[in-house]
Design a protein around this ligand. Structure first.
Ligand SMILES: Nc1ncnc2c1ncn2[C@@H]1O[C@H](COP(=O)(O)OP(=O)(O)OP(=O)(O)O)[C@@H](O)[C@H]1O
Ligand SMILES: [Mg+2]
Length: 340
């Protein structure tokens, strides 16, 4: 568990420190007090990624050079410094050149009040969820993604040239295909392994007899090398790589019907099941539940659903839960409360 968290020059916080207990921890405060920011800090400390933004520099407090997040997870001292010029990582006081060992310490699942975008929004949110989870199961997924993005950027840059030179562009096809294959494999495996726990979580919280299925929709068809060659004309016309894992998607269906037709409540239940399924999968892999960060997701649920969701969360997991009001908390809930 995350036992303590310190932040400096992080969003609205000049400096702030918190201690957390095992089990449920409620972070309570009015709007704009920094509740979401605190969960974001925990996520950045443990996984070096923000659930809100892709560019971490946005998180540095305005007019400051850099931020620090610092904390203890399972007695390991984790520290991260980030400025616009550089970043620094340390584990137990020892600076880390690579993030590999650092990222093997902690796993987490983030539940946000904008998760419904995973059903309704564009594919990049779904790819981000898949990659965030896949990288926790297997650290090499992160490297595959980085290699793929690098090859893709270079290839796209060449395609933007006034007169694209195919000899040069082709030179990037091989690394693109190799890294793309690894990315697709990691995502595909994750989706196969999520199928069962996501279905079970959905059955537990929906109460209805609906069956939720998830499916991988590869952005490069069945055969990436063949589609990449076939897409050349299109790539030249649009001046970018039009096929590949950067176009991957994740599709949901309820009783065989596309989630686009599902009601609002069904869509909310669906994303909760997806996140709970990810938590169960991580718990099974590492024989310990991930930390659960729950940002303001109880607010819009009725009392029965709140209770059902609380009961469906992995029992042994540490949970950091933000809320503006605590009046809905069941009186018997053993919980630590942090007021902002
Ligand atoms: N980089 C930044 N530097 C300084 N302040 C920031 C930065 N980014 C965000 N803020 C401010 O931090 C404050 C806290 O935001 P946060 O989203 O954490 O609040 P919250 O407590 O979750 O609110 P709500 O209940 O509305 O969700 C906001 O007023 C926001 O404007
Ligand atoms: Mg918030």
């Amino acid at each position: 568990m995350l036992s303590s968290l310190k932040v400096r020059h992080f969003r609205c916080f000049d400096a702030f420190e918190a201690e957390f207990a095992p089990g449920a921890n409620f972070i309570v405060g009015p709007n704009a007090r920094g509740k979401t920011s605190l969960l974001e800090a925990a996520c950045i400390l443990l996984r070096l990624q923000s659930p809100r933004v892709t560019r971490l520099a946005h998180v540095i407090q305005h007019e400051r050079r850099g931020l620090v997040v610092d904390g203890f997870f399972a007695q390991r001292h984790m520290q991260y410094y980030l400025s616009r010029e550089r970043k620094k990582l340390a584990l137990d006081g020892v600076e880390q050149k690579a993030a590999r060992e650092y990222l093997e310490i902690a796993r987490l699942v983030y539940f946000g009040n904008r998760d419904i975008e995973l059903v309704r929004g564009p594919g990049d949110g779904r790819r981000r969820f898949l990659d965030f989870t896949a990288a926790q199961l297997d650290g090499s997924h992160r490297r595959a993604l980085r290699d793929y993005e690098r090859a893709l950027r270079s290839r796209n840059l060449l395609l933007k040239a006034a007169a694209p030179r195919w000899r040069e562009i082709e030179a990037f096809d091989e690394p693109l295909l190799a890294a793309g294959g690894r990315v697709a494999e990691g995502r595909g495996r994750l989706i196969r392994e999520l199928q069962e726990p996501v279905g079970a979580a959905h059955a537990a919280i929906s109460g209805a007899g609906e069956q939720l299925r998830i499916a991988y929709v590869p952005g490069c068809g069945e055969d990436f090398p063949a589609t990449l060659t076939a897409a050349r004309k299109e790539d030249a016309r649009l001046r970018q790589t039009t096929t590949g894992p950067h176009r991957d998607d994740l599709a949901f269906s309820l009783n065989g019907q596309s989630s686009a037709l599902a009601s609002e409540g069904q869509q909310r239940t669906l994303v909760l099941a997806l996140k709970l399924g990810a938590a169960r999968l991580l718990e099974g892999y590492f024989a310990a539940p991930p930390v659960l960060l729950l940002d303001d997701i109880f607010g819009e649920l009725d009392l029965t659903r709140r209770a059902a969701l609380l009961a469906a969360l992995p029992a042994g997991a540490q949970k950091l839960i933000t809320t503006t009001h605590l009046d809905w908390l069941p009186p018997d809930a053993a919980a630590q409360v942090l007021r902002l």
